[in-house]
Design a protein around this ligand. Structure first.
Ligand SMILES: NC(=O)c1ccc[n+]([C@@H]2O[C@H](COP(=O)([O-])OP(=O)(O)OC[C@H]3O[C@@H](n4cnc5c(N)ncnc54)[C@H](O)[C@@H]3O)[C@@H](O)[C@H]2O)c1
Length: 492
């Protein structure tokens, strides 16, 4: 018999997909789980970007939160009320929650899970070399958690997992008195606390309506629409959201390339397009493309997952290809701007983290760009306000410096990769004085190119005409008219 969550008595604004019916709970668990565990006590497994921010948010909302983390360094930091990751506001909130005894780092799984009503899984799901989501951390964490879980515990998956995983975890657990739900996370690194306090939506998916209701109740008092659904839909909402946003960025990057080939300006194009409320301006910024811990792996995992089910998700294949091209296009502008040879040339890279306000270097475009330039013989000096420590093991050939001015001193070219306000706010007259060359390639279209040119620089960006040097010097080739008056499109 199918169970409909509309009958589950979930309070608040519940948005249901039309005609959504949730499969019988008995197929995945023994039916609604008896509610004997204490939902005031929450165990969060994994103290990374998601787990730690979730834990801090729940503690702030008055829950008793235990954090289980296998990395001793991260665990010790949390125990001391310090954040082991860079996330604005998190240090202060952790100090307060730990000080008030609402949040504790516990030594082992048993101490964390015992008696907790809800166990939140927030461990990593990195990509395998084949592009699938590697579920080994999830399996290890869930296997151990269910061994210690009290009857009635709900395991809430915040880790991003492929469609069908939550159901398969329920089967794998062999615990009929433990329920599993998918509780996807949509926070953005850099504004994660704000996103947890004011989420765009609360999505909870599961086959046991009571378990779904209990997990949704974690967001009581939060002013956001609820989407309560089955676990597969919740998994797909998470992947679909990231894949759609990534595709939107790849689309505007393709448009940027076409602007370069035809003489258009991607800034004007994006503004004009984005004013259509059906399109919207966000995620229409042309640049070096997407990186980070989520978009690259989630887009690939969704594409791979579709393939596993016999579907070729062509749109995602194209979005991935465009994204990797974009890094090469940026590197190409530096190389062409330096006359086609970078061997022995010094290039300064501003920004290493995949975006500002985070120290996350996973799939960061800067890493690819720097390795490529170094493979070609360039000497790279790079800087970032917060990501230098994490970058050291990844960039062993690169000279990493704290100060932006030190990075650009003696450089033949400067490439801006991450749009940190620190770099937008550099004194560009001083930068150009310190540099040996004059080329500035702005991979995020965030600098005042005209000002740089007035100061004597050559400025190239993504999807806009280069300024200040021979038009073809730094990448964007001028469109030229063929004898027939048809624009001849130089190879990009
Ligand atoms: N980072 C984001 O912006 C973001 C946003 C939404 C969703 N997600 C998803 O959330 C999940 C976690 O991402 P993250 O960025 O927080 O990862 P992360 O790597 O920063 O954190 C994961 C943490 O889990 C710990 N861990 C692993 N196995 C453990 C175990 N058995 N017991 C205890 N701790 C364990 C690791 O040591 C690590 O500290 C991923 O699936 C990711 O896709 C991430």
């Amino acid at each position: 018999m199918a169970t409909d969550l509309r009958g589950s008595g979930v309070a608040g604004c519940v948005r249901m997909a039309t005609g959504l019916r949730v499969r019988s709970a008995s197929r995945y668990s023994a039916g609604p789980v008896a509610h004997s565990a204490d939902d005031r006590v929450i165990c969060v497994i994994g103290a990374g970007y998601v787990g730690l921010v979730t834990a801090a948010g729940l503690a702030e909302a008055g829950r008793e939160v235990r954090v289980v983390e296998i990395d001793p360094g991260r665990r010790a930091a949390v125990a001391a009320g310090r954040s082991p990751i860079h996330e604005p506001g998190l240090d202060g909130l952790l100090a307060e929650s730990v000080g008030a005894g609402r949040l504790r780092a516990v030594a082992g799984m048993e101490a964390g899970v015992e008696g907790a009503g809800i166990v939140v899984i927030a461990v990593g799901t990195p990509p395998t070399p084949e592009g699938e989501a590697d579920l080994s951390q999830v399996h290890a964490a869930v296997d151990e958690a269910v061994r210690h879980a009290a009857p009635g515990t709900v395991v809430a998956m915040k880790s991003t997992v492929p469609p069908g995983t939550t159901r398969s975890l329920a089967r794998r657990s062999r615990r009929e008195d433990v329920a599993f739900v998918m509780f996807p996370e949509f926070l953005r690194e850099g504004s994660a606390l704000e996103d947890v306090r004011h989420p765009s939506r609360v999505v909870v998916g599961g086959e046991d309506p009571e378990a779904v209701r209990r997990v949704a109740a974690l967001a009581d008092g939060v002013d956001a629409e609820r989407v309560l659904c089955d676990s597969v839909s919740a998994e797909l909402i998470k992947y679909g959201s990231n894949a759609f946003l990534a595709t939107k960025i790849s689309f505007i990057n393709e448009m940027a390339q076409l602007c370069e080939l035809t003489g258009g300006d991607i800034g004007s194009v994006a503004t004009g397009m984005g004013l259509d409320p059906r399109i919207g301006r966000s995620f229409l910024n042309a640049g070096l493309g997407w990186g980070g811990s989520c978009f690259p792996k989630d887009v690939r995992a969704l594409e791979t997952s579709a393939g596993y089910h016999g579907q070729s998700f062509w749109l995602l294949k194209a979005a991935i290809e465009v994204n990797s091209q974009q890094r090469r296009r940026f590197t190409g502008k530096l190389i062409r701007g330096l006359g086609g040879v970078v061997e022995g040339r010094r290039i300064a890279i501003l920004g290493l983290a995949f975006k500002p306000f985070t120290d996350d270097l996973r799939q960061a475009p800067a890493i690819d760009v720097i390795r490529h330039l170094e493979d070609l013989g360039a000497e790279v000096v790079a800087t970032d306000p917060v990501a230098l420590d994490g970058a050291r093991p990844l960039l062993q050939r690169t000279r990493l410096v704290v100060d932006g001015y030190e990075a650009v001193a003696g450089a033949d070219a400067v490439g801006l990769v991450t749009e940190w306000p620190e770099y937008r706010g550099l004194d560009w007259a001083r930068v150009l004085e310190l540099m040996r060359g004059r080329l500035v390639v702005d991979g995020r279209n965030c600098l005042d190119g005209e000002a740089i040119v007035r100061l004597g620089g050559i400025y190239a960006s993504m999807g806009r005409r280069p300024l200040g040097g021979p038009a073809s010097a730094a990448g964007a080739a001028e469109p030229s008219l063929s004898a027939e008056g048809i624009p001849s499109l130089p190879l990009g």
